[in-house]
Design a protein around this ligand. Structure first.
Ligand SMILES: NC(=O)C1=CN([C@@H]2O[C@H](COP(=O)(O)OP(=O)(O)OC[C@H]3O[C@@H](n4cnc5c(N)ncnc54)[C@H](OP(=O)(O)O)[C@@H]3O)[C@@H](O)[C@H]2O)C=CC1
Ligand SMILES: O=C(O)CCC(=O)C(=O)O
Length: 429
C-alpha cells in the first residue's frame, strides 16, 4: 500500500478502519485496472497540500479553547480545489485527506472543472452556542485566508455545517480582501448568491441514482421499500424526495437511534417533528424505535447510509438484506464489506456517483455567480439531473465494458480523467 508520508499515522486500534488507507486501496485498484505507471499512482496517492491551523475560541463562559482545523487539498488539476467543511467530533487529518481524495474523483467523474479538497474541525457543534460557532468559523477562515478563494479553493457544507457557516466564511473572506466575494464558497444562502436547489441537491441526486438503479432492475420507485441511516441535510432530503416519488420509507435514523414503520413513515410529518426537537426523531409516532444496527439489516429494496464512514463493515455486511446499497454518505461501506456485498449480489451504488448532486449544484451555483445570472429551481434541478444521469450511464457502461463492480468503474473513470489531464498538462510523462 502507498503511504502518504505527509500525513500522520493514527493511533493503531484493531477495530479502526482508516478511511485514507481505504481510499488509497480503491485508487490502487483503479490504477491497476488502468495500468497506470507506479510513479503516477504515487503522485495521486498524496494530497498536494495539507494545512492544519490552530483555531482559538473564547467561549461564552470566558474559557479559551484551541481547536485543530484542517483543510486538505488533494488535486487542482482540473480546476479550483472543491469540497465541504465538516464539524464533527470524529474529524481527523487522515479522514479529511480521504474525503479530499474522493472529491477529486467525484468532480472528474461528473465532468465538472474542479479539483478535490475537504476541511474539518474536530468538534461537536451541538455543544457550542451559535455565537461560539460563528467565532470558530470566522477564525478558521482567517487562518486559511491565503489558501482559499474563488479561483483557488471553494469550501461548501458537509456534516455539521450548512448555509449559515458558508455565509460566515464568505463574509470573513470578503472583509479581509476588501470587497464582496460570493464565489469563495458554495452552498451559501440565496440572499448572497446561493443557488436555488443547493440545500436539497445531494438528496435529490441520491434519489435520481436510486431511481435509475431500480429501473435497471425493472422496478419503480413507487412502492420501493427504503431504509435511510442519517436524517440530516442529505438523509432528510433524500427521504422526502423518495417519499414524494411514491417510495415507502420504512426506517430512518439519527446518531441516537431510529424509527421504523412497516407501512412507511410520514416523512413530511417526521421532518416537522425533527425541526422542533433539535433535529432528533426519537418519540415520533406512528413508528417503532429501532437501533442504527437494526436499521442497517432490515429487509428492504434499498438501504441508504447517509451519515458517517465505516457503517457497513465486515461485522454486519453478511446481515444486510437490501438489494441495493446507495452510498449517500462518503465511504459508508468498508472495502471488506464491499467485497462481501458484491459477492452476495447486492449492488453498491458508489459514493462518488451517488452523492455527487451536491457538488454538481455547487458548480451550478458558481456558474450562475460568474455569469451574474440566477436560474429558477426547475432549471437548476434539470441541469443537475442531466449531469447525474449521464454520469450514471457512463459508470454502467464502464462496468459492463471492464466487467468490474460499479465502484471500480466509477474510479477508473474519475482517476483515468485525472491521469489524462496530468499527462496533457505535461505534468506527468
Ligand atoms: N451536505 C452535502 O451536501 C453533502 C454531504 N455528503 C455526505 O453525506 C453524509 C451526511 O452529510 P450531511 O447530511 O450533510 O450531514 P448532517 O450533519 O446534516 O447530518 C448527519 C446526520 O447523520 C446522523 N448521524 C451521525 N452519526 C450517526 C451514526 N453513528 N448513526 C446514524 N446516524 C448518524 C446525524 O444525527 P445526529 O444529529 O444525531 O448527529 C444526522 O442526522 C456525510 O458523509 C457527508 O460527507 C456528501 C455529499 C454532499
Ligand atoms: O458542494 C461541494 O462543493 C462539496 C460537497 C461535498 O463535500 C461532497 O460531495 O462530499
Amino acid at each position: 500500500m502507498v503511504e502518504a508520508s505527509v500525513l500522520p499515522l493514527e493511533a493503531p486500534s484493531p477495530a479502526h478502519i482508516c478511511p485514507f488507507d481505504q481510499a488509497c486501496s480503491y485508487l490502487e485498484q483503479a490504477a491497476k485496472e488502468l495500468q497506470l505507471d507506479p510513479g503516477l499512482l504515487a503522485v495521486l496517492s498524496h494530497p498536494r497540500k495539507v494545512v492544519t491551523v490552530s483555531v482559538p475560541v473564547k467561549l461564552d463562559s470566558g474559557e479559551v479553547q484551541v481547536l485543530a482545523g484542517h483543510r486538505v487539498q488533494h488535486s487542482d488539476i482540473l480546476g479550483p480545489y472543491k469540497g465541504g467543511i465538516r464539524y464533527h467530533p470524529a474529524v481527523t487529518l487522515r479522514e479529511v485527506s480521504a474525503l479530499a481524495m474522493l472529491m477529486t474523483w467525484k468532480c472528474a467523474l461528473l465532468g465538472i472543472p474542479y479539483g478535490g479538497a475537504k476541511g474539518g474541525i474536530a468538534l461537536d457543534p451541538t455543544r457550542y452556542s451559535i455565537g461560539e460557532l460563528e467565532r470558530i468559523t470566522r477564525r478558521y477562515t482567517s487562518e486559511l485566508i491565503k489558501d482559499i478563494g474563488p479561483a483557488v479553493d471553494i469550501p461548501a457544507p458537509d456534516m455539521g455545517t450548512s448555509a449559515r457557516e458558508m455565509a460566515w466564511i464568505m463574509d470573513t473572506y470578503s472583509v479581509n480582501v476588501g470587497h464582496a466575494v460570493p464565489g469563495v464558497v458554495t452552498g451559501k444562502p440565496i440572499s448572497i448568491g446561493g443557488s436555488r436547489g443547493r440545500e436539497q441537491a445531494t438528496g435529490r441526486g441520491v434519489t435520481i441514482v436510486v431511481r435509475e438503479a431500480l429501473a435497471a432492475r425493472g422496478q419503480l420507485l413507487v412502492g420501493a421499500r427504503i431504509a435511510i441511516q442519517g436524517f440530516g441535510n442529505v438523509g432528510s432530503a433524500a427521504a422526502l424526495l423518495l417519499h414524494e416519488a411514491g417510495a415507502k420509507i420504512i426506517a430512518v435514523s439519527t446518531g441516537s437511534g431510529g424509527i421504523f414503520s412497516e407501512k412507511g413513515l410520514d416523512i413530511l410529518a417526521l421532518k416537522n417533528y425533527a425541526a422542533v426537537n433539535r433535529k432528533q426523531i426519537s418519540g415520533f409516532t406512528p413508528g417503532e424505535s429501532i437501533t442504527n444496527a437494526e436499521l442497517l439489516t432490515l429487509p428492504c429494496d434499498v438501504l441508504i447510509p447517509a451519515a458517517l464512514e465505516n457503517q457497513i463493515t465486515e461485522e454486519n455486511a453478511h446481515q444486510v438484506q437490501a438489494s441495493i446499497v446507495a452510498e449517500a454518505a462518503n465511504a459508508p461501506v468498508t472495502l471488506m464489506a464491499h467485497k462481501e456485498l458484491e459477492a452476495r449480489g447486492i449492488t453498491v451504488l458508489p459514493d462518488i456517483l451517488t452523492n455527487a448532486g451536491g457538488v454538481v449544484v455547487s458548480y451550478l451555483e458558481w456558474v450562475q455567480g460568474l455569469s451574474y445570472l440566477f436560474w429558477d429551481e426547475q432549471r437548476v434541478n434539470r441541469e443537475m439531473e442531466a449531469l447525474m444521469v449521464n454520469a450514471y450511464q457512463q459508470v454502467i457502461e464502464q462496468s459492463q465494458k471492464r466487467q468490474v463492480p460499479l465502484r471500480l468503474a466509477a474510479y477508473t473513470l474519475g482517476v483515468g480523467r485525472i491521469a489524462q489531464a496530468l499527462s496533457d498538462r505535461g505534468l506527468y510523462p
